[in-house]
Ligand binder design. Structure first.
Ligand SMILES: Nc1ncnc2c1ncn2[C@@H]1O[C@H](COP(=O)(O)OP(=O)(O)OP(=O)(O)O)[C@@H](O)[C@H]1O
Length: 232
């Protein structure tokens, strides 16, 4: 198993304000799988994603990535783990405004000893004719493509996407989902998508539902629907 979470517990707050937000999460994702994480607001999706991503600490439990336990690393080890293994995509693109598309992607190239070929990646992203433009000259979908490229250039084992289509309209959301499907096939990254859009689960290999800090459902999808054919 590529990613394995065991009995993960997370609290926020102190003393009388202390709240248990993850209440013993067990889950696993295989190499190259797309996993969709669903659940109502406040159920703990982003917290789980951020702990897997090494940007928040866990209180109890273990997380194994490619056989290595990452839940109890010190901050130096964690930053190396993030650098070597992870790409992040968020709802808002957070591009550097005074850098071009190509430069925004190149910023992260140095993080890897074996980055992807930038020109090939930009073509895969569908941004070749926009590569010299600045973020404010791009549509929301194009900016998100660029953000995906920035996350992918170091060819991370895991791509974490928190509401990647949250700020996009229907048609553009589908284009971004098609791109995620395409990069998964091409680069075989394990991809975890947090979303409120129930339809996205149909393109995933694996689906997990959270409720009140617990996994209430975890299953493999037997009838994967291509992103292009998703409807909502
Ligand atoms: N930094 C924090 N301090 C205190 N409580 C927090 C913090 N971050 C999140 N929480 C609480 O933890 C719980 C889980 O939050 P989380 O953001 O993981 O949920 P979510 O399922 O991703 O929600 P949404 O779909 O609304 O983004 C919520 O009750 C939230 O209020």
């Amino acid at each position: 198993m590529y990613l394995e979470v065991r009995n993960l517990v997370k609290y926020y707050g102190e003393e009388e304000n202390k709240v248990k937000v993850l209440k013993g999460i067990d889950c696993s994702v295989e190499k190259g799988q797309i996993c969709v994480l669903l659940g109502p607001s406040g159920s703990g999706k982003s917290t789980l994603l951020n702990i897997i991503g090494g940007i928040e600490e866990l209180d109890e439990g273990e997380i194994f990535v490619d056989g290595k336990e990452i839940g109890h690393m010190n901050s130096k080890e964690l930053s190396l783990y993030r650098r070597n293994n992870l790409g992040f995509v968020f709802q808002f693109y957070n591009l550097v405004p005074n850098l071009s598309v190509k430069e925004n992607i190149e910023v992260c190239e140095y993080l890897s000893k074996a980055p992807l070929d930038i020109d090939d990646l930009i073509k895969t992203l569908g941004l070749w004719e926009h590569k010299d433009k600045f973020p404010n000259q791009l549509s929301g979908g194009q900016q998100q493509r660029c953000a995906i490229g920035r996350a992918l250039v170091k060819n991370p084992g895991i791509l974490l996407c928190d509401e990647p289509t949250g700020a996009l309209d229907y048609a553009t959301s589908k284009e971004i989902l098609e791109l995620i499907e395409k990069v998964n096939k091409k680069y075989n990254n394990t991809i975890i998508i947090v979303t409120h859009n129930d339809a996205i689960k149909n393109m995933a290999h694996k689906i997990m539902k959270l409720h009140d800090g617990k996994v209430i459902k975890e299953y493999e999808n037997k009838n994967i629907v291509p992103a292009k054919e998703l409807e909502w």
